[in-house]
Write a protein that binds this ligand. Structure first.
Ligand SMILES: [Zn+2]
Length: 390
């Protein structure tokens, strides 16, 4: 039996359903943790196809799990479906959920004969809330053998690095006073924030090349004639590895303490979003996905590139073999722009979602039918986790 051919035909037969799903989610953008309609649509389609669906997993209303089959291997297909404020689906997450559900629908009729289990996980709030971190911490990947998804982009790309990320808010407290009449009575909280930025900028000279630190002043006082009693800043801090990032973040916390000391303010900090870990792309699994792309007629696939952003898929890749390949939905596109949002509901976007569904499903067939491949990717995962700890 040519399982891939069979699975491909099943996906083609459901093309209209998949396109409708991508367009419905794409044209009704919902923000992270509020993707109620999208989660209901995707999980409902799975339920109709015979998947056993649980909604609201890991304490998240818009997370879900759909399971078909039993035993091992257990292959996870991950859905994202959150949008961006103002821009809508400018990261094309409507296509991610569609592709993973599409792959699952294609595999479903053959799964009993293929053996093993398919678990579709609905993972909310990739953009701002790191839903996958919550799912990882809740043990949702405990019996998963491999996790896969695709992401829309300008170009086809198998493996990209992504940075570990910390998100910190610093709140400085001082003392209000009339800025002209009695400035000597005041303690300027904004000075604390400015000292923090200057200290961070001095630190940059001594950081690894690929570190990224970007901050905003989220509160800077109310009026120029009042010494600000409160001021705050938010920073994203990124580095290629979690261990390197921990070191940088610790230094920035020291800078914040120093900024408070030199300005006579008090400072408190907290993580305003969950941090994420760097991506550990499983090469064996990525190459299997790549050869399936070629089988589907895609020739222009770049193998590796450095990515400077961050994703909660990084945390998944730390606990199970995982891939996060990119498929083109239009040349020259830049993510998080209105043009990208239009592409995510265009013919090119829909084609990419169907192509991704097939490549994901073919790769799942590889994992379900080739125990040596499964063993190799798991050994690679263990080996790389061990070497990173040295
Ligand atoms: Zn994205």
């Amino acid at each position: 039996m040519n399982w891939k051919h069979q699975v491909g035909l099943e996906i083609d037969a459901r093309r209209a359903v998949l396109e409708q799903m991508a367009l419905t989610i794409g044209n009704n953008p919902e923000l992270g943790f509020a993707e109620v309609k999208a989660a209901r649509l995707l999980s409902g389609v799975l339920e109709e196809a015979g998947f056993q669906v649980t909604r609201g997993i890991a304490g998240l209303e818009t997370a879900f799990r759909g399971v078909l089959g039993q035993g091992r291997p257990n292959i996870a297909l991950l859905c994202e479906y959150d949008a961006l404020p103002e821009l809508g689906h400018a990261c094309g997450h409507n296509l991610i959920g569609t592709a993973s559900v599409g792959a699952a629908l294609g595999l479903a009729p053959s799964l009993e004969q293929l053996g093993g289990r398919i678990t579709v996980l609905g993972t909310p709030a990739e953009e701002t809330g790191s839903g996958k971190v919550i799912l990882v911490n809740a043990g949702c990947f405990a019996d998963v053998d491999a996790a896969m998804m695709f992401h829309p982009a300008a170009d086809n790309l198998l493996m990209a690095t992504s940075n570990a990320l910390d998100a910190y808010e610093f709140e400085f407290t001082g003392k209000a006073a009339h800025a002209a009449d009695s400035p000597e009575e005041g303690i300027n909280a904004l000075d604390g924030v400015i000292a923090l930025f200057n200290g961070v900028n001095a630190l940059r000279e001594h950081l690894p090349d690929q570190a990224r630190i970007h901050g905003i002043i989220s509160e800077g006082g109310q009026a120029p004639n009042v010494v600000p009693a409160k001021a705050a800043a938010r920073f994203y801090i990124r580095a290629p590895r979690r261990a390197i990032l921990n070191d940088i973040t610790a230094k920035i916390l020291k800078v914040a303490e120093g900024a408070a000391l030199m300005t006579g303010t008090a400072v408190r900090w907290h993580e305003f979003e969950l941090g994420t870990d760097h991506m550990l792309t499983n090469q064996g699994l990525a190459l299997a996905f790549g050869s399936n792309m070629q089988r589907l007629g895609v020739e222009d696939i770049e193998e590796f590139a450095e990515g400077m952003g961050s994703s909660d898929m990084g945390n998944v890749s730390q606990v199970v073999p995982a891939i996060h390949p990119y498929l083109s939905i239009g040349q020259g596109l830049v993510a998080h722009t209105p043009k990208f949002a239009r592409a995510s509901v265009s013919e090119g976007g829909l084609q990419a979602a169907v192509l991704a569904a097939k490549a994901l499903a073919y790769t799942a067939v590889d994992l379900l039918t080739d125990p040596l491949l499964l063993q190799a990717i798991q050994e690679e995962h263990t080996r790389r986790k061990e070497s990173e700890q040295l």
